[in-house]
Design a protein around this ligand. Structure first.
Ligand SMILES: C[S@@+](CC[C@H](N)C(=O)[O-])C[C@H]1O[C@@H](n2cnc3c(N)ncnc32)[C@H](O)[C@@H]1O
Length: 321
């Protein structure tokens, strides 16, 4: 579908009152979008959970017995599930919107059952010392009557609606603060507040591990545009297409996130990314860029996925908004 048509549909659905907008958007996603039953595949988010735990282990930590905090649950539970299978004691997962759906959790679980060997291999390859076989066997036998009981069975505390910038959690109760493809959907000022709140709730020995997708999300379904097409537009033009609850992206680049972590006084251990060579070629060929991006290097602009690993600011440190 052409991205402009998709953008117009999203804007129109976002204008409806919540009680109509959310169910309609969900039905559209189920019929035509990324949540079509034939597209159900929990492995990508499980892999992000495995990769996050691998980084934690590489940094000298351990998922075993740890408390995780996930920003932005979304519709499904695959990242928390991966953390639980790797030994987490508890995963608190929060979302501004109560999107979680039992039918999607059931479909994910059915997928895991029918691909049990391949899924087990993902964990064995990634972190065999931590993969909890007993939990995996329990998972394969679980009867999911509703998402709530599933959460209970896998040590997940789902908080929604809840704001990661104001969690109401006690200080220093979290070991690992994680997210997958969420930060790019949050305005910069709110992101800073989320990081400041993380400084409070994450233990000094803990880590933040965040996977960020910097690409133009409309390009995921429209092959006619490049993965950085949105960098052409001024903020005002871009807002006219995508400033709604379903399409919002902040268009921050990897270096902007680095600045943000620094502003929150966090120590950056890793910003792991690769240059997308196709995108680099498009940029070198002279793609027109908005002034906001014109002074950035091709190298930075063509990094479209970054895994950030940081530590919380030392107690007492304060970031200035
Ligand atoms: C694109 S979804 C990603 C969902 C999921 N992590 C995934 O990988 O598919 C982004 C989610 O972040 C949530 N979100 C945005 N701002 C938030 C905030 N301040 N606190 C908690 N969740 C937030 C949104 O409601 C949305 O469900």
């Amino acid at each position: 579908m052409h991205w402009k048509l998709k953008a117009r549909i999203q804007s129109a659905v976002a204008l409806l009152p919540n009680r109509l907008s959310y169910p309609l958007y969900y039905q559209l996603q189920r019929q035509f979008g990324g949540m079509r039953p034939q597209r159900i595949d929990p492995t990508s988010r499980m892999q992000v959970g495995i990769d996050a735990c691998r980084r934690i282990v590489a940094a000298g930590g351990s998922p075993c017995g740890a408390t995780f905090f996930e920003v932005g649950t979304g519709w499904r539970l695959n990242l928390p599930l991966a953390c639980w299978l790797l030994g987490a004691q508890k995963v608190i997962t929060v979302d501004l919107n109560r999107y979680l759906r039992t039918e999607l959790v059931r479909e994910d679980l059915a997928y895991v059952r029918s691909h049990r060997d391949a899924i087990a291999a993902l964990f064995e390859e990634g972190l065999s010392d931590y993969f909890d076989r007993q939990r995996f066997d329990k998972l394969l036998r679980l009867d999911v009557s509703d998402a709530k009981s599933f959460c209970r069975a896998i040590g997940v505390e789902y908080m929604a609606p809840a704001d990661a910038a104001d969690t109401k959690l006690p200080s220093r109760c979290v070991d690992y603060h994680v997210s997958c493809n969420v930060l790019e959907h949050i305005p910069r000022a709110v992101l800073l507040n989320i990081l400041i709140e993380a400084n409070r709730v994450v233990r000094p020995t803990g880590l933040l591990v965040h996977q960020v997708d910097h690409s133009d999300h409309f390009a995921h379904n429209d092959p006619s545009i490049s993965r950085v097409n949105f960098l052409r537009y001024t903020d005002r033009q871009w807002d006219s297409w995508a400033n709604n609850r379903y399409a919002y992206v902040n268009r921050l680049r990897e270096d902007d996130y680095v600045q943000l972590f620094e502003q929150a006084e966090q120590a950056i251990h890793l910003a792991d990314s690769n240059v997308d060579t196709q995108v680099a070629d498009v940029l070198k060929d002279g793609m027109r860029l908005d002034d906001r991006f014109g002074n950035k290097s091709v190298d930075i602009l063509s990094r479209l996925d970054t895994l950030f690993v940081t530590s919380p600011a030392k107690a007492g440190a304060r970031a200035e908004a």
